[in-house]
Write a protein that binds this ligand. Sequence first.
Ligand SMILES: Nc1ncnc2c1ncn2[C@@H]1O[C@H](COP(=O)(O)OP(=O)(O)OP(=O)(O)O)[C@@H](O)[C@H]1O
Length: 608
Amino acid sequence: MPQTRLLRRSDMIDVMVGMVLTLFLPLLFTWIILQLFPVMLTSLVYEKQQKLRVMMKMHGLGDGPYWMITYSYFLFLSSVYILGFMVSGYLIGLPIFKCTAFSILFTFYFTYIYLQISFAFLMATLSLHVKTATVIAHMFVFGSGLLGMYVFQSVLQSPSFSRDWIIILEMFPPFALYRGNYEFQEYTQRERYLGYAVKMSWNDINDGENGMRRVFILMAIEWFVMLIVAYYLDQVISLGNGVRKHPLFFLKNMSKKLSASNQQLAIQTQQLNFRDESEKPDVSQEREKVKELILLNDTTDSIVCDNLKKVYPSIDGNPEKVAVRGLSLALGRGECFGMLGPNGAGKTSFISMMIGLTEPTSGMALVNGLDIQTDMDQIYASMGVCPQHELKNLKGSDLTEAVEESLKSVNLYHGGVADKQARTYSGGMKRRLSVAISLIGDPKVVYMDEPSTGLDPSSRNHLWNIVKRAKKDRAIILTTHSMEEAEALCDRLGIFADGSLQCIGNPKELKARYGGSYVFTMTTSVDQEEEVEKLICGLSSNASKIYHLSGTQKFEISKKDVRIGDVFRAVENAKREFPIYAWGLTDTTLEDVFIKVAQAALASSSTM
Ligand SMILES: Nc1ncnc2c1ncn2[C@@H]1O[C@H](COP(=O)(O)OP(=O)(O)OP(=O)(O)O)[C@@H](O)[C@H]1O
C-alpha cells in the first residue's frame, strides 16, 4: 500500500514537471539565447554614437574589414555562450538534451546565432543612442519571448491557422527560435514516457508535422538577406557612421554621374543665387577662383570647397543653427592654411565635414579630386589621421621604418620613450604623438587641430619645424588660437567668424590690409597722464585711447596721420617736460587684426 502511494506521488511529480517544462522551457530557452542580442546591439550603437566607427574609418579601417572583424568577434562570443549553455544543459540532464541528437541542437542554435548577429547589425542601422537601443533591446527580448509563448504557440496549436501565416510569423527571428525550442520540447514530451529511448534525428526534421526543416531553411536565408540589407542600410542611412552614400552607390558609375550632375546643378544654382554684397573682395576672389577650378574640371588643388554649408536642424525647440555659410576655398599641395576664429565660429563644423564626421547641408568639396560626399572611403586612405598604419598598406620593414621616422621627427623615439605606453605620456608628448600619427602613411591632406597646445617653447619650436617640413608635399589645414603659430606655419590664413570667412590672405597681407594703425604705449606717473594725452592729441586728433591702468596708457594712431620720426621727436621733447618711465610704438599685430575682424563680424551679425 505505501509503495502504491509512493508510485502515485512520483507519477504526479513527473506529470507536473512535464507540464511546467512543456509550458515554460521553450520560453526559458528563447530568453536565454536572446540575451546576447542587447549586448551586440548596444556595442554596435555605442561605436556609432561615440563616432568610433568614423574614427576607425579615418584610421584606414574600411567598412568590409570592420564588418568582418565585428561579426567574427560576436560569433566568437555567441559560440562560447551557446556552448556553455549546451554543456550546462547536458550536465544538468535536461530532457531536451537527452532526447535530441547533439548535431541537431548544435546546428539549430548556431544557425540562430548567425542570424541573431545579422539582426543586431540590421537594428543598429536604425538607432544612434545607446540608452534607447538598450531599453528597446531588453524590451524586445522580454516581449518577443512572451509573444512567442502566448500568441505564436497558440497559433501553432490551432489547426485552423494557415501554415503560410506561420511561415510569415517565423520570419521574425525570435519566433523561429521559439518554434525550434517548442518542437524540441514537444518531441521530448512524447518520448519521456518511452524512457527517452529514441532521440530526435535528422529524419524527424523532415517530418511535415514539426516544421523544423522550414525553420532551418528560413533562418539560413534570413541570415544572408539581413546581412546584405543591414550593410546596405548602414551605407545609405549612416546614423553616426559618417557621410551617407547615394542609394545607388553600388552602381558606382551611375552615382558618379548623378553626383557630377549635382555638381553642375550646384554651380548653376550658386551662379543664379549667390550674390552676397557684404562679402569682402579677398573672400569673393577666392570664391571666383573655386568656381573657375570647378568649371575647368581642374583637380590639381589638394582641397577645393565650393559654397560648403552646414545647417544644424532645430532640436528641442532651439532654432536651426547655420554653422557654416557657403565656404569657398582652394588649397594647393605644399600649402599650410590656418583657420583662425573665435569660439563658435564654425571651424570644427567645417573640419567635421571635410573629415566625414558630418554631412554638408549643401555645397561640395573635393579632396585630391575626390568628392567628400561620395568618395570618403578613398579620401580616408590619403588623409592625415592614421594610427592604424598597417591598414594603409604599410607592412614589415616599411611599416617599422615609417613608425620610427615619424616618432623620431617628434622626438619620441630615443631613450626608450617609443617603447612606453602612450597613456603614460605627458600632455605635450601626447600632442607630439598625435602629430606623428597624422603624418604616417604619407597622407596628402592633413588636418591639425591646435597642434602645439600644451607644449613648452622648445617642444613647440621642434614641432613647428616638423610641420614646416611636412607641408612641403602635402596640404595642411590647421586650426589654432595662437597667432604666433599661425604666423610661423601658415602660408595663408582665413579668419572665420559667424560661419563665414571674413578675410583670407597671407599674414603680411592681412596685417597691411586690416592693420593700418600703430599702437603707442607710454608709462608715466599718474599725475602726468593728462600731459601724455596732450602729446598724443598733438600727433593726431583721431587717436583713440584703447587701454589705461595707473599711469600706463595705450593709444591707437592711424598710420596715415603720423610719421614715425614725428613720434620720436615728440617723445624726446616730452622727456624734457616730465619724467617718462617707458614708452613704445608697435605695428599692428596679427592679434590686432584678428580682434578687429572678429569684432566687426560680431557687430554686423548683431545688426542683422
Ligand atoms: N551638433 C550641433 N547641433 C547644433 N548646433 C551645433 C552643433 N555643433 C555645433 N553647433 C553650433 O554651431 C556653431 C559653430 O560651432 P563649431 O563647433 O563649428 O565652432 P568652432 O569655431 O569650432 O568653435 P570652437 O573654437 O569653440 O571649437 C556654434 O554656434 C555651435 O553651438
